[in-house]
Design a binder for this molecule. Structure first.
Ligand code: AMP
Length: 480
């Protein structure tokens, strides 16, 4: 097994790695570090969680060692390495790693990103920093304000380049690259390689070595679970899973900012401490939520794709795709939030009928079918409440009162289509609560819910997911 020392890293860097508990290099580190130490351009196909930050940061730092100094003059600390990331969260994360890697080396680093006052960043820039981690927009603000100079940059790193492209940073990137000295080392990392990324690579990199680590493949340490479910029952299923499986730290992805807020609010009402992060939240709000989540005081963090980018939480055990991403590549990014650096994680996708097409795209991209597992009581095609929650003795409301209130099931399918035989047997329709929300408002519900369906009960189905929404589903243990 290769060691970091064998890769040619300097003692001060090895010491920092030792402090951080890194024992052996990850595959991307093993491949990138020796090449980058020699100063070659690199195009890395690596998803998040593979250790790519150290792969580019360690050789970058080593190449800056001759410039390391403790001098106080700003002139002695020009920006020599520029690392661009698509989001603030990733920028913060990368700079934290860089700081840790150069703990024993007098090299300075700083992160600059938008959404916070530029004025706090200026004084630090004035004192001089060798390694600048930045989001493109804020970097250009500084360029325009003449609060930084890029004419001594000898290394450029583009991290998560595909995301930068998705977020419309291409013009900014071109402007930034035009400001850099032509003589420099370039490293570009991307989880996916659409045509535009290849073109970008051609325009920025100089005869790069292409290094591929598990391209488009999901981390092997992530167990992927797919639960087909009626779209109206997703929230109930999510709540059920969190409560019955006693999930303590769950990152939940939604497709929209509105859905993100709504879900966090609803989970809070149901007694699950949740917060939302998305593009409309201030940086302070995002950091506060993220810190609480990392510290374990926030149980559920609901996020959109953009906001969750760069989140690195040691040993994050669960990621839930509440909405499947429309872009299959986002699935790879999302589930890369768990199972990082060899720690086991589980990615749970709640898939409604209309999302089965996205699931197909995902399966195509990751090259493996994802077997659906039906959670008893949440059979796909059944929009109604589960049988266990509908037994007359479980509700506080007398049946007569329920009859007075129209049953609120606008998009419910007729029961016979989705078939929940137990549901029909156990309670006449009129005895069900007035709405599904009423179910969760009731203090009786948690105790009425079945205990965590043991893994054996949540049996994978061999049927294609789409078919599960059409044909009767008879899970063996729907009644517990
Ligand atoms: P990255 O893919 O760079 O975001 O890294 C994912 C996580 O793995 C981060 O928490 C790193 O600190 C950690 N990590 C990176 N390389 C190693 C290594 N060789 N040994 C242990 N942990 C690592």
């Amino acid at each position: 097994m290769t060691t970091f020392a064998e890769l040619g890293l300097a003692p001060d860097i090895l010491r920092a790695l030792d402090d951080m508990g890194y024992v052996t290099p990850t595959p991307i580190q093993e491949q990138v570090i020796p090449l980058a130490l020699q100063g070659g351009d690199i195009l890395g196909a690596a998803q998040t969680g593979t250790g790519k930050t150290a792969a580019f940061a360690l050789p970058l730092l080593q190449r800056l060692l001759p410039f390391a100094n403790s001098g106080t003059s700003p002139a002695k600390h020009p920006i020599r390495a520029l690392i661009l990331t698509p989001t603030r969260e990733l920028a913060i994360q990368v700079e934290e790693s860089v700081k840790a890697y150069c703990k024993h080396i007098p090299l300075r680093s700083l992160v600059v990103y938008g959404g916070v006052s530029i004025n706090t960043q200026i004084p630090i820039l004035k004192t001089g920093v060798e390694i600048l981690v930045a989001t493109p927009g804020r970097l250009l603000d500084h360029v325009q304000n003449k609060t930084l100079m890029l004419n001594q940059v000898n290394t450029l790193v583009l991290d998560e380049a595909d995301r930068m492209l998705d977020m419309g940073f291409m013009p900014d990137l071109k402007r930034i690259v035009a400001l850099l000295p032509a003589q420099r080392v370039n490293m570009m990392f991307s989880a996916t390689f659409p045509e535009e990324i290849r073109k970008l690579a051609d325009s920025i990199l100089n005869n790069p070595t292409f290094i591929e680590v598990a391209r488009n493949a999901t981390a092997v340490t992530v167990t992927q679970v797919v639960h087909p479910v009626h779209h109206e029952r997703k929230r109930a299923l999510l709540t059920h899973l969190i409560k019955t499986r006693d999930l303590k730290q769950v990152l939940v992805f939604t497709g929209t900012k509105l859905g993100c807020n709504r879900l966090a609010n609803e989970l809070n009402k149901l007694g699950l401490h949740a917060d939302a992060i998305h593009g409309d939240k201030t940086q302070q709000e995002r950091i506060k939520a993220l810190d609480a989540f990392k510290a374990g005081s926030l149980r559920v963090l609901v996020a959109t794709d953009v906001a969750a980018r760069g989140i690195d939480i040691e040993a994050l055990p669960f990621v839930v795709n509440y909405d499947l991403p429309h872009n299959a590549e986002d699935y790879v990014h999302r589930i890369g939030r768990t199972g990082r650096a060899g720690v086991k994680g589980e990615a749970i996708s709640l898939v409604s009928e209309s999302e089965t097409r996205y699931l197909k795209d995902i399966e195509k991209l990751i090259g493996t079918p994802l077997e659906p597992t039906i959670v008893p009581g949440f059979e796909p095609g059944v929009a109604d409440v589960p049988a266990y929650a509908t037994r007359p003795q479980r509700t506080e409301r007398p049946a007569e009162r329920l009859i007075e209130h129209p049953v609120d099931r606008p998009a419910a399918r007729p029961v016979e289509q989705g078939v929940a035989p137990a549901l029909e047997r156990s309670a006449p329709r009129a005895q069900r609560p007035a709405s599904r929300d009423a179910l969760f408002d009731s203090p009786y519900v948690p105790s009425a819910a079945p205990a965590a369906a043991p893994a054996a009960n949540r049996q994978p189905s061999r049927k294609p997911v789409a078919a599960l929404f059409r044909s009767p589903v008879k899970p063996e243990s729907s009644e517990q």
